[in-house]
Structure formats: structure tokens, C-alpha cells
Write a protein that binds this ligand. Structure first.
Ligand code: NAG
Ligand code: NAG
Ligand code: NAG
Ligand code: NAG
Ligand code: NAG
Length: 356
């Protein structure tokens, strides 16, 4: 759920140059010992597969460019977090909390759940989901498992303080809550600025809960331009603009409150490092005014089961009605990881966050 329709050839070229130095990381020591992922469908890698919900994608054509096929990732291939994990030098994909099996959890876990939000009720009209508060409870379960493995509290605390905690959530509090008044009353209770304040206050409490559980390195994402997603444009119309103005306004109010929160947290939690990442980019050379698969699945925004997608997903920003295709995920991941622009990563990019 993101996009930004401002072509900028220079940015695109520097991103491509950075990508060309992408591989030769094999066997290097990871830049952080562990990485924990909280969020929604932009990060989910299978946590919704066994939930009763329309917001799951463990069917083709999802995963057509992923070696294991459809895994529950909302993309044709890897999602943005897959690329960041790889960039940090961590060899394996993060195991989804819902399907740990015998996976090694020492390097981290993915708790993200499609359709979930900061507010518990967001996404409920689509079915079951794991809201942020529950994701953090699941993290507590993992901490107790890890504590049993290490059998040493000081080793454990030192480990938890070196991990990166990725938190990308909030789009569903708009798309599957505020802007869906048929199912939710938030737009009758709050103005857009009030609602953004409420969401960021709740998010602040959850970030502090993670801090209380040993987190010291936070990568927190703003909301992308949800009004530019093909599904939003088809549902709401644009009244002559490029995008749905109201939806982007909602995202802007949220981001304008999240950035100062990040600054305050850096001041108040003196032993923590928090950074704000902008999930929008400059899709020069990409198709932005269309999507790759035939939608109608899920709540209407997801690919139809077994439908035939476009021939060249690499050229598209959007894979389905709201989620980016793999190639675009890679570009946004690279920006979060290494951008020197404070508009994209402030005060640190993820590489710098790892070093701190
Ligand atoms: C799990 O991963 C950690 C960190 O990479 C490693 O030290 C440990 O030996 C692994 N445990 C098992 C059971 O493979
Ligand atoms: C825990 O590990 C630290 C550092 O390795 C060590 O100094 C300490 O004695 C250990 N504590 C226990 C209870 O084993
Ligand atoms: C709004 O909706 C929530 C949950 O759907 C409900 O608990 C609450 O009572 C409603 N508030 C009003 C003012 O209708
Ligand atoms: C549509 O755009 C026109 C012209 O900018 C404006 O006057 C009108 O209020 C807009 N309608 C809506 C529903 O936003
Ligand atoms: C940071 O500390 C100031 C001063 O104590 C307080 O007013 C503010 O609410 C705190 N902010 C956060 C996000 O904790």
C-alpha cells in the first residue's frame, strides 16, 4: 500500500547503482544478530494463512516469482522486509510466528498480519487478523522461548538490545477502518487530524512496550500514499486529481505526527535509537497507472485465485490493487537500508541503525 508518483531519474539511477553491489554478502557476519518484524500485509509472510479471513494470499498467482511459490506474501515474489533482512546479511527469511515448526528463532521472527492495524478493530470486516497489540504479546512468547534457550538474563538482554525491530503499520487503520464508514464509526467520532493523533499515541505506547521488552533499535515506517493505489482510485474516484486526495491527507497527518514522536523517543529513551522511514519512492521507469494481476479476490483488492497475471511484473509498482510487486519492494528496501536523504530515512537509515 504505497506509491509516490514523482519521477526522478537521478534517484532511480543511484538506486540502481546501489543495487549492483547487492550480492557478495554470503558468509559475512550479519550486521545485527536478530530482526523482528511487526506490521500488516506489506510485511506478512504467512501469518494469516490459517486464519479465517479474506485477507490471505496463499494461492496463485501470489508467489509466482518466489522459489517456494505462494507463501502468504502479498506479492509476486519477495516483500520489502525480505530484501532488508537479506541486505543485513541474515541468510534465512524470517520465520512467520504462526508457523515456526523447528525453525531457528535466534535470528528473529515475523509477526506481521495482513489487514491488521494499530487499532484492534481495523480490518475486522475481512475476518481474523493479528493486531499490533497481539503481535507484541506474541513477541513476549518468543522472548520466553529464547530465555529458556540462553538460560542467562544478561546475555538475553544484550542480545535483544542489538536486534532491529521493524514496525510498519497504519494503512489498515485508514483503508480498512476510517475510510470504510459502512463497517467502522471512527470517521464519525474523529476528524482526520484527531484520528492521526489517536493512532500515533497508541503506536507510541506499543513502541514503549517493546522498549520495556528490551528493544533498543527501532525502524518505524510512515504510511505510503494510500490514495494512489489502483484499488483506492477505483473505489473512491479521484475527482480529476492523480490520486484520492482525502486518503493521502490521512497518511500525511499520520506521518506528520509520527516524525516528531520518533524525535521525542530518541530524546526520552536515551539508550534507544529510533528512526523514521518513508515507504514512498520515485518510480521512474515503472508502470504506476495500472496493476499486474486481475483483482477481485479478498475484499476486492487482491488477485483473483489462479488468474493469469501480466507478463512483466518487474515493470509494475503494483502487483495487485494495493500491494507492490517484487521489483518495487526491492527499490524501497534499498532506500530504507541505505538512503542518505533525510526525506527517506531520518535520523538514520537501517544500515546506520544497525551500526549504532
Ligand atoms: C540458531 O542460530 C544461532 C544464530 O545464528 C546459532 O548461534 C545457533 O547455533 C542456531 N541454533 C540451532 C539449533 O541451529
Ligand atoms: C551470564 O553471562 C555473562 C556474560 O557471558 C556472565 O558474565 C554471567 O556470569 C552469566 N550469568 C549466569 C547466571 O550464568
Ligand atoms: C463504535 O464502534 C465500536 C466498535 O465497532 C463500538 O464499540 C462503539 O460503541 C461505537 N461507538 C459509537 C459512538 O457508536
Ligand atoms: C471535485 O473537484 C472540484 C474542483 O476542484 C471541487 O470543487 C469539488 O469540491 C470536488 N469534489 C469533491 C467531492 O471533492
Ligand atoms: C518525552 O518526555 C517529555 C518530558 O518529560 C514528555 O512531555 C513527553 O510526553 C515524552 N514523549 C514521549 C513520546 O515519551
Amino acid at each position: 500500500m504505497e506509491s509516490k508518483l514523482k519521477p526522478s531519474a537521478l534517484v532511480a539511477i543511484s538506486v540502481l547503482l546501489a543495487l549492483s553491489s547487492f550480492p557478495n554478502k554470503v558468509n559475512a557476519k550479519p550486521e545485527v544478530p536478530c530482526y523482528f518484524i511487526f506490521g500488516d500485509s506489506l510485511s506478512d509472510n504467512g501469518n494469516n494463512n490459517n486464519l479465517e479471513t479474506l485477507a490471505k494470499v496463499n494461492y496463485p498467482p501470489y508467489g509466482i516469482d518466489f522459489p517456494q511459490g505462494p507463501t502468504g506474501r502479498f506479492s509476486n515474489g519477495r516483500n520489502m522486509q525480505d530484501f532488508i533482512v537479506k541486505r543485513l546479511g541474515i541468510e534465512d527469511y524470517m520465520p512467520p510466528f504462526a508457523k515456526l515448526g523447528r525453525k531457528n528463532i535466534s535470528n528473529g521472527v515475523n509477526y506481521a498480519s495482513g489487514s491488521s492495524g494499530i487499532l484492534d478493530e481495523s480490518g475486522k470486516h475481512l475476518g481474523a487478523r493479528i493486531p499490533l497489540i497481539q503481535q507484541i504479546k506474541n513477541h513476549k512468547t518468543i522472548i520466553s522461548m529464547l530465555t529458556r534457550l540462553t538460560r542467562n538474563d544478561s546475555t538475553m538482554n544484550s542480545l535483544l538490545s542489538q536486534c532491529i525491530y521493524s514496525v510498519q503499520i497504519g494503512s489498515n487503520d485508514y483503508l480498512n477502518n476510517y475510510f470504510n464508514p459502512e463497517f467502522y464509526n471512527s470517521s464519525r467520532l474523529y476528524t482526520l487530524p484527531e484520528y492521526a493523533t489517536l493512532l500515533v499515541q497508541k503506536l507510541s505506547l506499543q513502541l514503549k512496550a517493546l522498549y520495556d521488552h528490551g528493544a533498543r533499535k527501532f525502524a518505524v515506517y510512515g504510511i505510503g500514499e494510500i490514495g494512489c493505489t489502483p484499488y483506492a482510485i477505483s473505489v473512491y474516484g479521484t475527482n480529476g486529481s492523480d490520486c484520492v486526495v482525502k486518503l493521502n491527507e490521512g497518511a500525511t497527518y499520520f506521518n506528520d505526527r509520527l516524525k516528531p514522536l520518533v524525535n521525542q523517543l530518541n530524546k526520552n529513551l536515551t539508550d534507544a535509537k529510533v528512526t523514521y522511514l518513508n515507504p514512498s519512492g520515485s518510480p521512474a521507469g515503472f508502470v504506476t497507472n495500472g496493476l499486474c494481476c486481475k483483482i477481485g479476490g479478498g475484499g476486492g483488492e487482491l488477485c483473483l485465485r489462479n488468474s493469469k497475471p501480466c507478463n512483466k511484473p518487474r515493470r509494475y509498482v503494483f502487483w495487485d490493487g494495493v500491494h507492490p510487486a517484487e521489483a518495487w519492494n526491492q527499490i524501497i528496501a534499498e532506500s530504507a537500508y541505505s538512503s542518505k536523504s533525510p526525506l527517506e530515512a531520518s535520523p538514520f537509515n537501517i544500515q546506520q541503525l544497525a551500526e549504532k
